[in-house]
Ligand binder design. Sequence first.
Ligand code: AMP
Ligand code: ZN
Length: 491
Amino acid sequence: MFPLTLGITDPAKDARPPLVFHNTLTRKKERFSPVKDDHVRMYNCGPTVYDFAHIGNLRSYVFADILRRTLHLNGYKVMQVINITDVGHLASDADDGDDKMTLALKREGKPLTLEAMREVANTYTEAFLEDLTALNIKHPSALPRASEHIRADIALIETLIQKEYAYRTASGVYFDTVRFKGYGKLGGIDIEKLKEGARVAVNEEKRSQSDFALWKRNDDLGWDSPWGRGFPGWHIECSAMAMEYLGKEIDIHTGGVDHIGTHHNNEIAQSEAATGKPFSRFWLHNAHVLMEGTKVSKSLGNTVKLRQLKEHGFHPLSYRYWLLTGHYRRQMNFSFNALEGAQTALRRLQRTFAEEFGGARGGRVSEAYALRFLEAMNNDMDTPKALAILWDLVKDAEVAKADKRATLLHFDRVLGLGLKDLAQSRESRVAVDIRREEVDDLPDPIRALVDERERARQEKEWQRADDLRKELTEQGYHLEDTPTGPKVTRV
Ligand code: AMP
Ligand code: ZN
């Protein structure tokens, strides 16, 4: 619960700034309230675990984390589900071609078996969870795996066939988009145009080109179903898992903007056709991260993973900070220069917090700043503004140090920039000094290597920086980049 007089239990709650989100469904900002009491049920479309997530993908989960923390700030309880897509996601939005998991098996030279698929999925699910932890993203209430919900998919498809929203073909089962009134309502997809555009690649089996696969037959691999062995479609998995964990009517559904046109419209069509109820009241979508102005794409070879940022000497929280400098509905252009700026700002924040305010305990949260912060966050999660308010506070000579510390910790419950950890760690008071001492205690040649590596990193000589880190490892030293600088320990 919000600890101040601004909390939801406060008698003066009408004075609180309303919580407003941009809803893709209505294409405007709307006041948010959950279907039931103060309990929010939220589904965030999860990763396809066929490879490491790239930093663009991770924006979706930093965004979902900020959303969950904002809901908490407003006194709501949140049931949050992020699914793990470990089967069925086709490489394109069309219904043909390989799915991404099969492509991963081929790429890694593994046999085409469900067991091998599970192995691949386990590897990348674990890596995804590590990325979430590194980015200070709270783990959700549930992380259902698509492969463990095949029966729910089959049951949902059976309902759709029974209600005549789905039809069988030689290759599986398709959803009949023409029968579902209002198909394409999310994002204002022009269904007529879609049909025209699809003339090029006509699939004879479909009644209409916008129809999509609910079940894909595959005689060699997959699960048994009334329609033969095979796989569920990617869209049906999300509908089935969302409804199983959160019920027929949910409050919020999220994903990247690329999901609006096909994946989310298909989820709406299947779910609403089956239940006759509105599926999700709010649909929120994060804009993409571009790489030096270009789309992130495997074929362009410009994907960057979180672990690569670490290798280049960036702390993962610097990436989180950088994301928060842009509004989630704005495209952001990633570059190492921009990230360097974010890292410098985060370092300054953490240092100031530890060095200047570290000893100032027992303060109170400044109500004036808390209100400004709440106003920014409640206005469709305006994180750039929230960060500006944070820096205003840091510089404000009128606020006592202890109160600044308390207020920064209050902000950090939403922003998640590691201040809470600094405050809790025993070494927090002098976190920065301790790290400096560790480096100072090093033998001269080792210190010279660390300094040279830091210089190379700052100059963006990545290869040289990597080589120097390897040399340090060979000499028996482990170098870790932290927001407050390099930390060196003996292995
Ligand atoms: P996927 O693993 O492909 O299902 O994608 C995981 C999430 O990342 C989805 O919510 C996508 O919409 C989102 N996404 C994909 N590319 C980007 C990008 N460049 N920037 C931000 N989000 C992205
Ligand atoms: Zn989904």
